[in-house]
Design a protein around this ligand. Structure first.
Ligand code: FE2
Length: 371
């Protein structure tokens, strides 16, 4: 029998403090208790990180410049970017992503660590079949760097083509921690996204500041869980957009998931928001993609293509099935009365500080100097 840790005892004796306590409709007392333990563990872990844990410097793409594989990777990324420019979406096989990310500076030992990073997720604020955390980052093209931003709640609205029971509500996710943000494969994914998206003109969304030289990136670490009693839906909302300029989705791993699970369909922007795949018009389906291998990555110009994702099915229906993903939303900062106007701070995170150089290819080949 598992021993009860001091923190679990403590949690059992006291009610959660107010800022950690979310009233979660539909969750059992056990699930709420379990979620609280996750938050408390995260706080303790963070304290430990600050106190004793030494850490290696973040990724520095500038230091890759003298290496032949760097230029090979830049050449390949230019091709992928061209494809993205033309098709407004591109899928990159994870086996191809590995050498690209290494060439951008990712360390070998960080690949296995990243694949398991979603083990620390906790219950989602509104979806019972999902575990989640998120974090906010700024692509700052003035300083040519990416930095962690302070915590803010999160919202998506019907106005942004997101129709679900929790549309237009403010959701508070627990934050991703140093185990993810200090991982150089994760950092290289952010550099990759910057290179792929910088300089691409997109259909502009209302109430975003397209004159800004900064992007807000909200990163979601998500685990979709299917159990004998509950079907896990990577996109319960059906056909939708993510309310951003560029969406990037990267697969980490799955367990007990059948091969017909979690297929992403891209729909013409004219498709009706909120409908299920079987209700969609076949002639408006433009592409299909399925993440199967570690680091399989899909990019979508979010305001020009809608998307939907099929459920996670179990191979062995008597056991749990899981699917772990990283989702990178990126958009310009909001202006005016946008639903996120009060939750779009560009202030750096005080406790979880991170900043490292990024680069762009917006005008042919151009490697920005960040030093
Ligand atoms: Fe989405």
């Amino acid at each position: 029998m598992e021993a009860i840790s001091p923190i679990k005892k403590l949690w059992g004796m006291v009610r959660p403090v107010s800022h950690l306590q979310h009233r979660i409709r539909g969750y059992s007392p056990y699930q709420q208790w379990n979620r609280g333990i996750g938050v408390a563990s995260s706080v303790l872990k963070q304290t430990g990180d600050l106190a004793v844990e030494p850490h290696l410097p973040p990724l520095n793409v500038q230091k890759q410049r003298g290496k032949a594989e760097f230029y090979e990777a830049i050449g390949r990324i230019c091709q992928l970017r061209q494809k993205y420019l033309e098709n407004r979406t591109v899928f990159v096989d994870g086996r191809e992503m590995v050498p690209l990310l290494k060439a951008l500076g990712a360390r070998d030992e960080d690949f296995a660590t990243l694949q398991a990073v979603n083990n620390v997720l906790i219950d989602d604020p509104t979806l019972p079949f999902r575990k989640s955390r998120n974090g906010r980052f700024c692509f700052d093209w003035n300083t040519k760097s990416l930095r962690r931003l302070e915590f803010q709640p999160f919202a998506l609205s019907l106005e942004e083509d997101f129709k679900r029971h929790d549309s237009n509500t403010i959701r508070r996710f627990d934050e991703v921690d140093n185990d993810l943000q200090r991982n150089t494969v994760f950092q290289a994914l952010l550099v990759f996204k910057g290179v792929m998206c910088h300089g691409i003109t997109v259909n502009e969304r209302p109430k975003l500041n397209y004159r800004s030289n900064q992007w807000v990136c909200t990163l979601f670490a998500l685990r979709t869980v299917t159990t004998p009693e509950m079907l896990g839906e990577p996109a319960l909302e059906g056909v939708h957009t993510d309310g951003v300029d560029h969406t990037m989705t990267t697969y980490l791993r799955s367990t007990n998931m059948s091969s017909n699970s979690a297929v992403t369909f891209l729909h013409d922007i004219k498709e009706k928001t909120g409908i299920r795949l079987n209700e969609t018009s076949p002639e408006l389906i433009q592409a299909r993609a399925q993440h199967r291998n570690f680091l399989d990555t899909l990019l979508i110009v979010d305001n020009e293509r809608k998307h939907s994702i099929s459920p996670v099915y179990a191979v062995d229906a008597s056991r749990e099935a899981t699917r772990d993903m990283l989702i990178f939303f990126t958009r310009k900062p909001v202006v005016g009365d946008h639903i996120s106007s009060d939750i779009d701070s560009l202030i750096p995170h005080r406790e979880k500080q991170l900043e490292f150089p990024i680069m762009s290819l917006s005008d042919g080949y151009e490697l920005e100097s960040a030093e």
